[in-house]
Design a protein around this ligand. Structure first.
Ligand SMILES: Nc1nc2c(ncn2[C@@H]2O[C@H](COP(=O)(O)OP(=O)(O)OP(=O)(O)O)[C@@H](O)[C@H]2O)c(=O)[nH]1
Length: 660
């Protein structure tokens, strides 16, 4: 280590580039880290001007991502890489710099992949390398961000927490990277923690992924220990991009966001040729042409450059006014010089759907514009118009999971000051129809439906199918019993259970998506004291037996509250729903009968008692028949009122009742 540090020191001194030399108190606590500070100080001097990014040959470019399970330290490692290469100052005082969204800072998670271009002088050959780093989210709900990022990478850093070891998302991400033929650099993080067990985790990596222990780097992203070795390994192990600088310009759009002055800004990977300010580029998806007004590298703030060459990643501003024109996965070429479209990325299909409505219909246009702009930055969300008698005009949005939905809604509120009402999420069912009229209307005998209100009658359907997922659970063996019970309760079917070391197990389950979207992960964490991890992937449609559970208030069906449920759970859910509604609906002047029905059969019923005026209060004495007469008159009046009055149901009730 000391030798490596000395080599670096010699090299830097010979360049005579570090006149300023500061050692922070933090860094001076470790002699090795002071070297790191010197490298950072020196590297800060590489502005884009010095480095002349477009003159860096392809062999000296590396495009890579950091992938890991939630909280294994991706963003912290990214911070250290940014500091070491001088992209940010060591004393910036900000942690997880690339987690710039308010929602990311509040929740402490990454939800959006962020790109940054770094310049690094490789000690082995003294040359300056351009490293394009993409920090990705860890949670399964943002897997679309990971696959979008991997589309422009040639390698990944697989980061594993040395205390918690391999987790479900580590397994999923490793296989995703391998399926795209990316080079994997295995790195163990958090070795500074007392109970870290790097040897055990190395064995796990060997038994699960056949990664030799000798290849695994051990670091502490928090303290910076071992991080320079990561930079050097990126250069030595990950291959340069396979691109063609001599060809016609071909750019791959892999991220975009909206700027109110410049319109949609497009983050592009230059696959072939080059692009300069002033040229006209054309979208292969829309056919529209745009003049290139600005080009910047992200470091992580925008740094303007005049040109981008194949292998580079940069932000292109081209007066794209409508956010709808910026389509993730689109290929751009120079106007009049068409090329073959790139198919580097297949967007993920949404797993759960929910209705979004403006709290006040006068805000409909503002909410629509906010959704359009946010979808530009979160391409995994799908939007279709929808309407509801109680909630008015709105949209049905598709998300990759519940956390994805929550984050999207939080971003709507924080970034666009919108206050939408969100209905409870549901999955998409597949129905095989047998009613000729419906088949004709639908144009096929297969109907995909996510809105319970539109679910056809039982007599019109021959077979029902629901989406299933293949779930991977990694847990310490002491929690296996409760986890199996949870999976059985959620209609899960075990496929496999293997020991990954002495005291940890990997289990594979096939589970109905409907049973896991709401609270499966929370329950799993609760019963395993936070130690079990869960990840899932699509497992297609399986035949099922579902029914439409309707809620009736005083005999009238309430469309917004109906749900599609598995027939084995209909009675239990019916009971829970009516009890919850009894608590949620405020008492009214009339009695309210709350019923949960499947077809004409009432599965559960509760009665909400009315407010009762004491009509006998004014009686002083008098005989009992007079008292009875007044009560009878009151009962008559209430009966009449019940048949004409509407039951008032607050907006929140529609959502609260559907939560478990
Ligand atoms: N002790 C110690 N803590 C670390 C280290 N690296 C990261 N952490 C801490 O681990 C927590 C999670 O770190 P992040 O960098 O946000 O993890 P992440 O993988 O980016 O998280 P997501 O983006 O939500 O998946 C933070 O509290 C960090 O301070 C390390 O090397 N040592």
């Amino acid at each position: 280590m000391r030798q490596l540090a000395n080599t670096r020191l010699r090299f830097i001194t010979s360049l005579n580039w570090f006149s300023e030399f500061r050692v922070s108190g933090f860094a001076s606590s470790c002699g090795y880290l002071s070297t790191v500070t010197r490298i950072a100080t020196h590297a800060r001097r590489f502005s884009t001007e010095h480095a002349k990014a477009d003159q860096i040959p392809i062999e000296r470019i590396r495009n890579f991502s950091i992938i890991a399970h939630v909280d294994h330290g991706k963003s912290t490692l990214a911070d250290r890489l940014l500091e070491l290469t001088g992209a940010v100052s060591k004393n910036s005082g900000q942690a997880q710099i690339l987690d710039s969204l308010q929602v990311e800072r509040e929740r402490g998670i990454t939800v959006k992949a962020q790109t940054v271009s770094l310049f690094y002088q490789y000690p082995e050959d003294g040359q300056i390398y351009l490293l394009n780093l993409i920090d990705t989210p860890g949670h399964v709900d943002f897997a679309n961000e990971v696959s979008r990022s991997l589309a422009v990478c040639d390698g990944v850093i697989l980061l594993v927490d040395a205390c918690h070891g391999v987790q479900a998302q580590t397994v999923a991400n490793y296989h995703l990277a391998k399926s795209q033929n990316l080079t994997v650099v295995p790195v163990l993080n958090k070795i500074d923690i007392k109970h870290a067990n790097p040897d055990r985790v190395c064995k796990e990596l060997e038994s699960l992924f056949e990664i030799p222990t000798s290849e695994v780097l051990k670091i502490s992203a928090k303290l910076g220990t071992g991080v320079p070795d990561v930079l050097n390994r990126i250069i030595s192990a990950i291959p340069p991009p396979k691109v063609n600088r001599g060809g016609l310009f071909r750019g791959f759009l892999f991220d975009s966001w909206y700027d109110k002055f410049r319109g949609a800004l497009n983050l592009m990977y230059i696959n072939d040729g080059s692009i300069e300010i002033g040229q006209d580029i054309q979208s292969m998806n829309t056919g529209k042409t745009y003049p290139v007004k600005s080009i910047s590298l992200l470091r992580p703030g925008e740094e303007p450059v005049d040109k981008l060459n194949a292998g580079q990643v940069g932000l292109i501003g081209c007066n794209m006014r409508s956010s709808k024109e910026s389509i993730i996965g689109d290929t751009f070429h120079v106007k009049g010089k068409p090329v073959e479209a790139l198919s580097r990325f297949k967007p993920q299909q949404p797993m759960v759907y929910a209705g979004i409505y403006p709290a006040d219909q006068s805000k409909h246009v503002a909410l629509r514009s906010a959704i359009e702009k946010l979808v530009l930055n979160d391409s995994a969300v799908t939007v279709t118009p929808d309407s509801s008698p109680a909630l008015g005009q709105g949209w049905r949005l598709g998300f990759l999971g519940l956390l994805h939905m929550e984050v999207f809604c939080q971003r709507l509120e924080q970034e666009f000051s919108a206050e939408p009402i969100i209905t409870a999420p549901s999955v998409t069912y597949k129905l095989k129809l047998c009613n000729q009229k419906l088949i004709k209307q639908n144009g096929s005998d297969t109907l995909y439906i996510s809105n319970a209100a539109l679910f056809p009658e039982k007599s019109a359907v021959e077979e029902y199918y629901e989406p299933f997922v293949l779930g991977t659970i990694i847990t310490p063996s002491e929690y296996v019993g409760p986890i199996i019970s949870l999976c059985v309760d959620r209609r899960g079917q075990q496929l496999k259970s293997v020991n990954i070391d002495q005291d940890r197990l990997l289990m594979k389950y096939i589970l109905p998506l409907n049973e896991i979207i709401l609270d499966f992960n929370d329950k799993l964490k609760a019963i395993s004291s936070g130690y079990a991890s869960f990840n899932y992937e699509d497992h297609g449609y399986h035949e099922t037996n579902v029914v439409r559970l309707e809620i009736h208030l005083n005999g009238r069906p309430v469309e917004e509250m109906c749900r599609i449920v598995h027939s084995s759970k209909a009675v239990q859910i019916a009971r829970e729903m009516v009890l919850r509604l009894k608590e949620l609906i405020p008492r009214q002047m009339i009695q309210v009968a709350i019923q949960a029905c499947v077809g004409s059969k009432v599965l559960a019923r509760e009665t909400l008692k009315p407010y009762r005026k004491d009509v006998t209060a004014k009686l002083y004495g008098g005989d009992v028949t007079r008292r009875m007469k007044l009560l009878r008159q009151q009962a008559e009046g209430k009966k009449k009122m019940r048949s004409i009055a509407n039951v008032r149901v607050p907006h929140e009730t529609f959502i609260d009742v559907l939560k478990r």
